[in-house]
Design a protein around this ligand. Sequence first.
Ligand code: NAD
Length: 494
Amino acid sequence: MLTAKLKQYDYDLFIDGKWVPSSNGMKEDVINPATEEVIGKVSVGTMDNVDQAIQAARRAFDEGPWPRMSPRERSAKIAAFRDALKKREAELVDLIVAESGAIRSLASFQHVGMPLRWLDYWTEVAARNPMSPLPVNVNDTFSGKKVLGAGAMVRVPKGVVAAITPFNFPFFLNVAKVGPALTTGNTVVLKPSPFTPLEAFVLAEAAIEADLPEGVLNVVTGGTDVGQQLCVDPRVDMVTFTGSDTVGSAIMAQAAPTLKRVLLELGGKSPLIVRQDADLNLALSAGSLICTQSGQGCSIPTRQLVHNSLKEEYIHRLKENLEKVVVGNPADPQVTMGPLIRDKQRERVESFVQGGVEAGGTLVTGGRRPSLDKGYFYQPTLFTDVDNSWDICQEEIFGPVGVVIGFDTDEEAIRIANDSKFGLSAQIYSANVGKAFEMAQRIQSGQVLLNGGYGAYSEYIPFGGFKRSGLGREMGEEGINEYTEIKSILFHGA
Ligand code: NAD
């Protein structure tokens, strides 16, 4: 009943501006994780299809008009691409609710709303002149003669970009990669997660409507083999990846023999520090966000470090908040948390929870499946009396599971926060903003939020990780520049 609004999607691969069936004729069902119903079918890419897609992207880059267009022309195309997506905003929200299990408010605000706004900005970026003058200077030469040197620095596109994305925020992350790659004049082969491939094909339809030249955007679905092939092929110049740290390191190794640039946005185990002087309401509203996308988010505050003087009250109120969460089919507006993506993911979460119990942690709430007939649901779960060295505190569980750990001093909080292989995002809650700012400088993390701001991914603010949370940055000027190469053109006059 709740997905009845959606059409049944049925897509072939999108290669060189055309819809192409899988070379072995194979199609796979796409499942709604809340209802276990089939919501669509997609062709599954083979090695031949990957080859065709890379060839098309290569030709479009080497011979086509895209990298050579004037900034104004390319900006107009990006604007047309954005407009084609904006027209389908309501449909995209429905699709994301059904395909990823997101609740409607999150689907509308973050999954779809934010990327459409980024595209507004990238139309401006595409229109910029990529050339900047270098300073005039006096250079020595081998002959001993001094010459007047000057030149220009040009940011040119990197080439063929393979974009590989995970299941949790499919449209958001596909646009986060395809947007800046196209804006700067690259051509792209996009490989979405096999669990959530449909939004990638909506991007392909937008590319047709915007009349992007053939081969500029290609979409090939598939699993590990397709991803691997994109990383090893010498015709690909760069891999931009979002996903787990394990696959991130495999991608780096796969890309190494051909010395590709890699941009890696990986996992996290983000600390949220609640100092003694914190506004508890504010801290608790952030702490309760472990249920965002059913805990399947990279920067969710899953390790909550609370001053021992507040810990008992904090745990009591967080438990109350988590027990108010309504778990169910996110197409129902009353529901505040949807399912995990697949049963396998739920089993993984269950094994971490069991490990936490066996290690001696206290289960404050949750730790079970709710009694719903269909769907891959799991209850919001909170642990305390845990040690930061345990798996439940160190591993990215990717489910609605958090831990609360007490501390007595700022030094101790910083030490525990940094005692992690990840470093993606951190939060500090304190009435003493100056102190929090000082602490922020010692936290090993790509982002530190002081007194709130979780989920505010801005086109202007670089996002990315320290340690096993990644390499490079998305968003901001740095995120745009990842997709370019610098060329210095020098001219010397005698
Ligand atoms: P995953 O790493 O299992 O898979 C991601 C993608 O990589 C999929 O498309 C998959 O098919 C592909 N892949 C798998 N093996 C590959 C290989 N050897 N070579 C090339 N491609 C390969 O991740 P997932 O389970 O889909 O998503 C969850 C992960 O994504 C979490 O770790 C989460 O933290 C991370 N994530 C990070 C960010 C961020 O911005 N840092 C954002 C969202 C999600």
